[in-house]
Design a protein around this ligand. Structure first.
Ligand SMILES: [Zn+2]
Length: 761
């Protein structure tokens, strides 16, 4: 998040429940690398989600391993304290594939039994029975998540490659179970629903939608066409991703020593290594990726080279050669449109947003268009600041897109320079963890205590386990694992994973959850010091953990998330990092113990709004194009012309490109994770800013007891048991407004004459 860079924010929650049965869906999610992974408040995603796996028919053969299933530790009920914990000390990779085979077969058999029930369908014998299914598979997934994110290896990745298509086929098989869907539909349409509790009514609706929105209502030719479209889309997603990758790998700029002016030593070293890797020892390689392009454009004094690097990067997938993505985009858009038309929707975005908090493309567009003018106005100011620097240096240039990062860095140094080493002296990993526990105690009433030594197995000696209890009642809430340090085989970034979610319909189930990061271990006995961005990220991930721990839902499916909503809770928790008790007791100097000085805090806050015109504009341009592409009739659509025309109408500044131009927009064309959904980051930011302002204005501030109670009750505990828009209204007494977000970004708050509504719940 430091660089607002390319960390893929793969929300656990949304993908976790891709089908409506309890255990099954965890599967699909984790498979796509998607335990809750996160980035901080402002980070925008960069890499595309993996292409949808192709559908294959699952083999009907009962795995031979079933004979030994009884001995497979990954399939066992969890034992030990805290209502059982995963057997992380008994993980053997050889057991993983057989465990999946057995667990998937068991889950399908359970669902078949529900479908074949001779009794008339009822909520209990159909919907509740489905919630009960998939328990074994749900237990296999935490192990998979650990191997995938915390302990990866080439052997694991091979197994993952084999499991992926099987899981995709498994998911399809459930959706295509006509008898099962007929029973769900019968409950959904029957009289019994009216007498159910609201959360149970919502559960019925979610179960029904999961089938209906994925083609289960179709018959005959339409059903066949639907399947054919999905098959073709899966191919196109892969091709799209491969083309972008080919252009990232295919264009490398080699520099000689005379062309390194301005570049930091760390960049030069990496560029030398990258050149050597490619057989160009003695030269310096600028690769065609964001992580290479961004620092090069920020620091290189060579304007011509900056232009070359800029043009190459923003032409990925758009070079008119065999890797050009334009024709693929048109075909994808047409197929998506045709597919949702079969289901009765006007356009793809309408289908996509129906179960999001925004609900309609119009409301998402309204929000984006309300913020857009302020971002453009800020860009004018930023360009003027940069032009002044260029003029004072006698550069005799007009700021061009390849100058933006370069001159904005000069402005930053002059106006907002923060000494990150100075800040770090106040950010000790252990103190920050204590600060998080303090906040959890004040807001949630949770108490964190280390588990008795040796009582809970871990998969690595660096991992610690903590018992979480309710301070008032003393009752067990769950177990929290913390895996803070980088090591080989651990993915980069920071994330949270839920290994066991809360449920109560068959007895109280307590939560098992983890936070994971990649800090560098200090010398023995020395405190580990981390950066400001890392400290925010720690609070962010802890917010996800608290969201899991505070769940009070009855049924597992109701733990699922809503894509434009699930980052809100975690982003909100970041705001407690700069509250007075945290500053005074935990953000203390590693040597002197003095709290971080107010002027340094002011500098940190000030630096946050720097370059916000650029950041908001490049992001919003991509989000707007995404939504417009998915609300426009795709017949005869030329993506290049569409992008040019739409940006011109929006008065996109010449100095800034879209963060992801259409031919390289992997989020929306390498799969469907973010298609018509890129706006979601802004949506969650609006909620975050608006909710934080409620605390800032409360009598007790960020520790206001009454407001904290409402926070937990309405925004955390219900997960997806309540419509997010209703939940937010219950917390705030009204819908969210964009005003607080505008203040956060240093933008003027639009007056009554501003275009578009300001309601954004
Ligand atoms: Zn997150």
């Amino acid at each position: 998040m430091a660089d607002r860079g390319d960390i893929f924010d793969s929300e656990e929650d949304d993908s976790v429940r891709t089908t409506s049965t309890a255990g099954t869906t965890l599967a699909l999610a984790a498979l796509l690398g998607a335990t809750v992974a996160c980035v901080g408040y402002h980070a925008k995603p960069g890499t595309a989600e993996p292409a949808a796996a192709t559908e294959e028919t699952m083999t009907e053969t009962v795995p031979t391993e079933q004979a030994t299933a009884a001995d497979n530790p990954l399939l066992q009920q969890w034992s030990g304290p805290y209502n059982g914990v995963p057997a992380f000390d008994r993980m053997d990779l050889a057991d993983l594939e057989p465990a999946f085979e057995v667990a998937m077969a068991e889950n399908l058999a359970e669902l078949d039994a529900i479908a074949d029930n001779p009794e008339p369908p009822t909520f209990e014998n159909t919907i509740v029975a489905m919630e009960r299914a998939g328990d074994t598979l749900g237990r296999v997934f935490p192990y998979f998540a650990i191997w995938s994110s915390n302990l990866s290896s080439p052997e694991f990745r091979q197994i993952q490659g084999r499991i992926a298509p099987k899981l995709a086929a498994f998911g399809s098989k459930i959706i295509q179970n006509t008898k099962l869907f007929e029973r769900v539909a019968a409950v959904h349409d029957g009289d019994e629903v009216a007498g159910l509790r609201p959360d149970e009514q919502r559960l019925v609706q979610l179960a029904y939608d999961e089938f209906a929105r994925n083609g289960a209502t179709l018959e005959g030719a339409a059903k066949e066409r639907y399947a054919a479209i999905n098959q073709r889309l899966a191919e196109l997603y892969t091709q799209f991703a491969n083309n972008v990758l080919a252009d990232e790998e295919g264009y490398v700029l080699y520099l000689d020593e005379s062309q390194l002016g301005g570049l930091p030593e760390s960049f030069v070293q990496a560029a030398a290594a990258a050149a050597e890797e490619r057989g160009h020892a003695g030269e310096y390689a600028v690769t065609n990726t964001r992580s290479s392009m961004d620092p090069f454009l920020t620091y290189s004094d060579e304007r011509d080279l900056r232009e070359t690097v800029w043009r190459t990067y923003y032409s990925r997938g758009d070079n008119g050669d065999e890797h050009d993505n334009n024709a693929i985009i048109t075909e994808i858009l047409k197929l998506r449109d045709e597919r949702v038309e079969l289901l009765g929707y006007d356009n793809y975005a309408q289908w996509r947003l129906e179960d999001r908090m925004a609900k309609t493309p119009e409301r998402a567009l309204e929000l984006m268009e309300a913020v857009w003018p302020a971002a453009l106005a800020r860009v004018d100011e930023e360009v003027a600041d940069m032009q002044a620097v260029a003029d004072s240096e006698g550069a005799e240039i007009e700021i061009a897109p390849w100058d933006y990062r370069y001159y904005s860095e000069k402005v930053r140094k002059a106006k907002y320079d923060l000494d990150s080493d100075e800040v770090k002296q106040y950010l000790q990993l252990d103190k920050l963890r204590q600060a998080m526990f303090f906040v959890a105690g004040e807001l949630f009433g949770f108490e964190f205590k280390p588990v008795p030594e040796g009582s809970v197995p871990v998969y690595h000696p660096d991992v610690t386990a903590w018992e979480v209890t309710d301070r008032a009642s003393g009752e067990l809430v769950g177990v929290w694992y913390f895996d803070p340090f980088a090591r080989t085989g651990k993915r980069s970034g920071a994330w949270a994973s839920t290994y066991r979610g809360h449920e109560s319909f068959d007895g109280e189930v307590t939560v098992v959850v983890s936070n994971n990061a990649n800090f560098i271990k200090g010398a023995p006995g020395e405190p580990v010091l981390i950066s400001w961005d890392d400290a925010e990220t720690m609070f962010h991930e802890f917010g996800h953990a608290l969201h899991s721990l505070s769940s009070n839902v009855a049924y597992p499916t109701l733990n699922g998330g809503v894509r434009d909503y699930t980052e809100f809770q975690s982003q909100l928790l970041e705001r407690w990092l700069l509250t007075a008790p945290v500053i005074d007791h935990y953000l203390v100097h590693t040597k002197t113990g003095e709290p971080i000085p107010a002027e340094l805090v002011a500098k940190i806050k000030n630096a946050k709004t720097f370059n916000e015109g650029f950041a908001t504009t490049e992001y919003l341009a991509s989000a707007l194009i995404d939504m417009k592409l998915h609300t426009t009739d795709p017949d005869g659509l030329d993506p290049d012309a569409f992008e040019r025309r739409t940006l011109a109408r929006l008065h996109m500044p010449d100095e800034i490109p879209m963060r992801h131009r259409t031919p390289q927009f992997g989020h929306i064309f390498s799969g469907e994770g973010y298609s018509a959904g890129y706006y979601g980051y802004l949506w969650a930011d609006v909620l975050t800013a608006d909710a934080a302002e409620a605390f800032a204005d409360a009598p007790g501030g960020f520790y206001d007891k009454a407001l904290a109670k409402r926070l937990v009750e309405h925004l955390f505990a219900p997960r997806n048991a309540v419509d997010p828009a209703e939940a937010y209204r219950a917390f705030r007494g009204r819908d969210a407004k964009i005003d607080a977000l505008m203040r956060d970004r240093g933008f003027p708050v639009p007056g009554d004459a501003a275009p578009g509504g300001r309601s954004s719940d």
